[in-house]
Ligand binder design. Structure first.
Ligand code: PGA
Length: 250
């Protein structure tokens, strides 16, 4: 299983900065080690240009941070999977905690997106994770179980192990500089692995589980060897090619 290094740029960078960052990242990391893949998740307006830069390079992929689960239509401001695929995306994030929080995305709506995106041919990174109150109350298992069972309700695909990734992102570790400990990561990823095996049988063992939340060039050495960590979803540290490249080549 190749490890996936995904850079979620959120709502950062203007166009020229985005293009420069990708060029720099590729010069620092190409050719990639054979066991690694890089996924760049920039804002929508830069997708096509970045696709043109990376499409011929082995191991580099492009994805979106979100989409709307309809084929097309009068949905002002929204973007469909068909549009994303057409400009070179192969992945999209679904259910990031910032979308759950600021855009009130429910597990049911997230489930609709997972199913629709997969059906249209996108690979999906489903983000899950507890917040600090839930952790303090000892509800990590309960939250992960709910987000997985609802988010993946009736999700079926012959190649689910290639098309689905889960990102475990404890909300309290996102953008805070406070990273989960290797033990906390191991426990959560083990829970997720078991839930995936319950849902998908043997294929559940092959679905990549990424860790996300304040990953940086220093802590990556402790995170990557943790059992069931099959890659990372990086926010802040993916914005600078120098730091993202160190994470990728760690
Ligand atoms: P962070 O963000 O690395 O800045 O904590 C991670 C994410 O939100 O995916």
């Amino acid at each position: 299983m190749k490890k996936l290094f995904a850079g979620n740029w959120k709502m950062y960078k203007i166009y020229s900065e985005a293009v420069e960052a990708v060029k720099k990242l590729m010069s620092l990391t190409s050719p990639l080690p054979k066991d690694r893949e890089v996924l760049i998740l920039p804002p929508y307006p830069y997708l096509k240009s970045i696709s043109d830069l990376i499409s011929k390079k082995d191991g580099y992929f492009l994805g979106a941070q979100n989409f709307y689960p309809e084929e097309e239509g009068a949905y002002t401001g929204e973007v469909s999977p068909k549009m994303l695929l057409d400009v070179g995306c192969s992945y999209s994030i679904v259910g990031h905690s910032e979308r759950r929080k600021y855009f009130n995305e429910s597990d049911e709506f997230i489930n609709k997106k997972v199913k629709f995106g997969l059906q249209k041919g996108l690979k999906i990174i489903l983000c899950i994770g507890e917040d600090l109150t839930e952790r303090k109350k000892g509800e990590v298992f309960k939250v992960l179980e709910r987000q997985i069972s609802k988010g993946l309700n009736e999700v079926k695909d012959d190649k689910i192990e290639e098309k689905l990734c889960i990102a475990y992102e404890p909300v309290w570790a996102i953008g805070t500089g406070e990273v989960a400990t290797p033990i906390q990561i191991e426990e959560a990823h083990k829970i997720i692995r078991e839930l995936l095996s319950d849902l998908f049988g043997e294929k559940g063992a092959k679905i990549r589980i990424l860790y996300g939340g304040s990953v940086n060039p220093e802590n990556i050495k402790d995170i990557l060897p943790v059992p069931n960590v099959n890659g990372v979803l990086v926010g802040g540290a993916s914005l600078k090619p120098e730091s993202f490249s160190k994470i990728i080549l760690s």
